[in-house]
Write a protein that binds this ligand. Sequence first.
Ligand code: G3P
Length: 219
Amino acid sequence: MEYKLIINLKAYKESTLKNAIKIAKICKKLEKEAKKKNVEIILCPQLVDLKDTINENISVYSQHIDSYEYGAHTGHSVVSLISDLKAKGTLISHSENILSLKEIEKRIIIAKKNNLKTCVCARNAITAEKIAKLKPDFIAVEPKELIGGDISISTAKPQLISKSLKAVGKIPLLVGAGVKNGEDVRKSIELGAKGILVASGVAKAKNPEKAILELLSGF
Ligand code: G3P
């Protein structure tokens, strides 16, 4: 699929445990609609909800990985385990769980070894350029100050999208922060983004199905 719609469920009460499963079912229901627009919907739940959401037979990424495979690693997000659960990929270095370039590189290497796609987050174009050299599958640019708000990156910082596109070269660029409607998505795609990373617009929506459909309308 050419475009990605990654829905990060973070750790909101509205989008964890039984609510994560509800949203996973909605993603499954809207799969056909998304396919018509060449969009893959990817859900990104809390670690504790990974198994239940994968059981709904949808694409799922982990919110984070640690650079460990099976073994004595108490309390870590173990890559080989996440891969064997049949997650398709992982976010790396989200603004709320930020990592150094060295740590990002370790995670890209171990994720690839375990057949997980990698979407690394960056707060600006300079960081995006450094991350691009590590060759992740996707880079998602999100200005920290817009995360969780109602003003989208494509409205407040369209120039950041254009700059980041140049910075990442051939690596597909996703954008996020404050994305709430189809118009936010449309502007981002027009500027050259290959997808959207969204959280509160879906996770905290009264009607997540309507919210996802609205976002899909912008592709
Ligand atoms: O991971 C996506 C996220 O940080 C953006 O959050 O709530 O602004 O869509 P939100």
